[in-house]
Design a binder for this molecule. Structure first.
Ligand code: HPA
Ligand code: ZN
Length: 325
């Protein structure tokens, strides 16, 4: 049977993790003090109490303002290093990490401050037994023009960014809104992924757009794909991976979507388990595997397949995958 130790011990890749979502209350308070930013809370308990969300927008309303405490390159470096240090115990061997440049550039923090801080940490992650890479996300509730500007800012740093994603509030912000900039990103050689959050309006149409029109390499969340046998079959045949986040789902839609995750897993779709925003959902990746397992009765084979899938859909060369599998 599946124990916490078993789950922790399995080597795994984390593919759906927002670096800004790893900001623990302790570091938040320390950076607030260092940078003299009033975040409205002064104790860990107060910070934790502010973590009340029952939907994606209510989560984002807590998540973005907290980022004000991130000001200089060292802050971004420290945030990412704290994550690597923490997931050592979870046997994360490889991680592709999202970051949201617009959440910082819109409040006056230069793009280069963000990328230089995060990239320095990425280069040092091996110290914690983790290889890692960065995925830059556009905020979908901002304009397509703003995404284009961000893309231009990123081009000089292309060697430091593996892929491009899309996150934030999906309501009214379909993938098609960003078709032009993702076409450019693909042509420039970036890997492409997009969030198709759980139970959104037009969920299946958004999933259809990312698969057929944008031609993504992966989909973040995306478990609503089970509603379309044709799209599910397509994802299976083309090895399009899904990065699901059961504990995060439990917070934002009150359903871990374990049934859908297991259905996809057993049908041979490359679905994975990830932590999304671990500091906010108080669940690092092994906890996600374990919580899902307890609630839905996963077998050890299910856990092994989920972990294997995480390396199979990682954006690393086949020779490198072989070293993990
Ligand atoms: N969805 C959309 N935006 C986000 C998420 C997510 O899961 N996590 C952090 N920003
Ligand atoms: Zn996410």
């Amino acid at each position: 049977n599946v124990t916490k130790e078993f789950v922790r011990g399995i080597p795994k890749a984390e593919l759906h993790l927002h670096l800004e979502g790893t900001l623990e209350p302790e570091l938040k308070l320390a950076l607030a003090e260092k940078n003299k930013i009033d975040i409205g809370q002064t104790t860990i308990e107060e910070v934790r109490k502010s973590y009340q969300f029952d939907s994606l927008p209510s989560f984002l309303n807590v998540y973005y303002p907290a980022m004000n405490v991130l000001q200089d390159e060292e802050d971004f470096y420290q945030l990412a290093m704290a994550y690597f240090e923490k997931v050592q115990a979870h046997n994360v061997r490889y991680a592709e990490l999202f970051f949201d440049p617009q959440a910082h550039t819109t409040r006056g923090v230069p793009f280069e401050t963000v990328i230089n801080g995060y990239y320095r940490a990425i280069q040092e992650s091996e110290k914690f037994g983790v290889q890692s890479a960065l995925i830059m996300c556009f905020l979908r509730d901002m304009s397509a023009e703003s995404a284009e500007e961000t893309f231009e800012q990123a081009l000089p740093y292309q060697d430091k960014i593996l892929g491009i994603g899309l996150d934030s509030d999906e309501k009214g912000n379909p993938p098609s809104k960003f078709a032009a900039v993702f076409k450019k990103a693909k042509a420039a050689g970036f890997k492409i992924t997009m969030h198709c959050d759980i139970d959104q309006e037009n969920s299946i149409e958004h999933i259809r757009q990312v698969i057929e029109d944008i031609q993504v390499d992966r989909i973040d969340h995306g478990t609503n794909i089970v509603e379309s046998p044709a799209l599910t079959q397509y994802a299976k045949e083309h090895g399009i991976g899904l990065t699901s986040c059961p504990v995060s789902n439990g917070f934002v839609v009150d359903d871990m979507k374990g049934k859908e995750i297991l259905q996809l897993l057993h049908e041979g779709v490359k679905v994975t388990v990830n932590s999304d925003d671990p500091a906010y959902f108080q669940s690092y990746i092994s906890d996600d595997y374990f919580t899902l397992s307890e609630a839905y009765g996963l077998t050890p084979e299910d856990i092994v397949t989920l972990a294997k899938n995480s390396f199979e859909i990682a954006w690393i060369p086949a020779e490198q995958k072989a070293t993990y599998l």
